[in-house]
Design a protein around this ligand. Structure first.
Ligand code: C2O
Length: 548
């Protein structure tokens, strides 16, 4: 591989959407941010210089960061933030991955405007396992607030209530024709007839899983989270925050000189507090020159998206994902498990501390937790504390393997929905094989949680509804061709089982990729110890690692 250098200047930029102008945090003044392109095996070096008044970190979502944990980016987990006027060089090699990923800020809610695609091409002269597309196009979904997004989360943190909903969704930063005062901000994809396009879909929205569809065009899913899948056809894709999906689209063979096709995205949700609006772009066929001036008004075909709470669709869609499982792309799912975890994930309430003015019931604030532990962000980085043997006073290694009491949801929420707080982690010896069953608690309403693991891909070996049954369900696990990914939706009112091999020494964040749930504490970390051999150890930090 080669080394690719990028310079990311974090700076403010005025942007107008929905007829309102605000100053947002950007990379190099671009919104969405610049695209990173590399080949499998390349080294990527990104110098980030912070010219704004916010503290910043960037995360390369889904990049495995094998023995390069110092470049992972979550604030106070692998690094202290880059302060105003300072810089940090992220330096990592892309090993064994090809496809679409993305980068985003990993501190507070700054990722609302700080995000961009990562395109990883196969090694030189290595073809895709599908026919070569005529063109490749990133399609990045985002979420837009008219207010300053930092103010939105600060207000929520102070009141202990939910933050304000976003004002729009975006496609490549553009809100699209279905919002007021927005049609000029529409993403247009101009296509030629009879060709295959590869769309690299990325959900960079903060709080919403999205359905995506293009009117009158079938999508063929070929890759997800930078892993090839057995191709399957669908009219609609579900994509959770943190997930990426590559789809092939065949354009029609004949011109459609009188029609355009809307591509649209809107949320999947089983709770009501959601911005249920639709962002749209336009798939536009190039017109033959002769007809250009004759057509006055084009027909516009609109896609039909599933209803907002279509959990049947989402579960079936998830189950369609299978790894290729070929000799070239084998599935390395652990067949035996060293350590098993059962994690309940969901919302709860937490007592209000003295200096807070919480407006939740009985002086509480909304919280979210894994096994009833709401994770408290430390004031120094966990990875430094771990590496220099200074964990005392920073974190404890007693993160519970199971919830405090046997989980058995019968339809009535348990009376104790209070969570406890702490900076707790799980410590794993090098090369431990891990199984985690994640169960939606449904305590304050059944809700899907897109769980994201840093530093690894995991295998989705099982998924079901209701309570996980440790006696019956494991016998049905798929250990042959399960999907390998970095973000999986824990089904609303159900469970998902994942397996991974802890072969990457460092500290690895795991959290719900709904930013509001992360803010409320639905997060934890795995500390993977060094192995014995030199190539099984985390190297020391780079000299410019920011200090807290
Ligand atoms: Cu996409 Cu912890 O992040």
């Amino acid at each position: 591989g080669i080394t690719r250098h990028y310079k990311f200047n974090i700076k403010m930029q005025n942007v107008t959407r929905l007829c309102q102008t605000k100053s947002i945090v950007t990379v190099n003044g671009q919104f969405p941010g610049p695209r990173i392109i590399a080949r499998e095996g390349d080294r990527v070096v990104i110098k980030v210089v912070n010219h704004v008044s916010h503290n910043v970190t960037l995360h390369w979502h889904g990049v495995r960061q094998l023995r390069s944990g110092w470049a992972d980016g979550p604030a106070y987990v692998t690094q202290c933030p880059i302060q105003t006027g300072q810089s940090y060089v992220y330096n990592f090699t892309i090993i064994g991955q090809r496809g679409t990923l993305f980068w985003h800020a990993h501190i507070s809610w700054l990722r609302a405007t700080l995000y961009g695609p990562i395109v990883i091409l196969p090694k030189k002269n290595v073809p895709y396992p599908f026919s070569k597309p005529y063109k490749e196009v990133p399609i990045v979904f985002g979420e837009w607030w008219n207010a300053d997004t930092e103010a939105v989360i600060n207000q929520a943190t102070q009141t202990g209530l939910a933050p304000n909903l976003s004002d729009a969704y975006t496609i490549n930063g553009l809100t699209g024709p279905l919002y007021n005062c927005s049609s000029k901000d529409t993403f247009k994809l101009k296509v030629k007839p009879g060709k295959t396009y590869l769309l690299r879909l990325i959900n960079a929205a903060l709080n919403d899983e999205l359905f995506f569809s293009i009117a009158n065009h079938t999508l063929t899913v070929v890759e997800a989270d930078a892993i090839y899948v057995k191709p399957f056809k669908t009219d609609t894709v579900l994509i959770t925050p943190g997930q990426t999906t590559n789809v092939l689209v065949n354009t029609k063979h004949h011109h459609f000189p009188t029609a355009n096709f809307l591509m649209a995205a809107r949320p999947y949700a089983t709770i009501t507090a959601i911005d249920n609006s639709t962002t749209a772009g336009i798939l536009e066929y190039e017109q033959p020159l002769t007809s250009k001036n004759k057509i006055k008004k084009l027909l516009l075909f609109k896609p039909t998206l599933p209803i907002i709470n279509d959990t049947t669709f989402t579960a079936n869609f998830a189950k369609k994902h299978r790894s290729l499982a070929t000799t070239q792309f084998p599935v390395k799912v652990p067949q035996k498990v060293d350590k098993k975890f059962f994690f309940t994930v969901g919302l709860g309430l937490s007592p209000c501390s003295k200096n807070q003015q919480c407006q939740g019931p009985n002086n509480t604030r909304l919280a979210a937790a894994i096994n009833n532990v709401s994770f408290v962000q430390p004031t120094t980085a966990l990875l430094q504390a771990h590496f220099f043997n200074q964990s005392q006073g920073v974190y404890t290694t007693d993160f519970p393997t199971n919830p405090p009491s046997l989980f058995n949801y019968t339809g009535t929420p348990p009376t104790n929905i209070m969570v406890t707080s702490g900076t707790k982690v799980v410590a794993l010896p090098f090369n431990t094989t891990v199984e985690v069953v994640m169960q939606d608690t449904s305590i304050l309403g059944a809700e899907s949680h897109p769980l994201h693991l840093h530093g690894f891909n995991f295998f989705v070996v099982g998924l079901g509804f209701g309570n996980f049954d440790p006696k019956k369900d494991p016998s049905k696990f798929n250990l042959v061709d399960p999907m390998e990914r970095n973000t999986v939706g824990v089904p609303s009112g159900g469970w998902v089982a994942i397996r991974f091999l802890a072969d990457n020494p460092g500290v690895w964040f795991m959290h719900c990729h709904l930013e509001v749930h992360t803010s409320w504490g639905l997060k934890m970390a795995w500390v993977v110890m060094d192995g014995k051999l030199p190539r099984q150890k985390l190297p020391p930090p780079p000299s410019d690692l920011p200090k807290c």
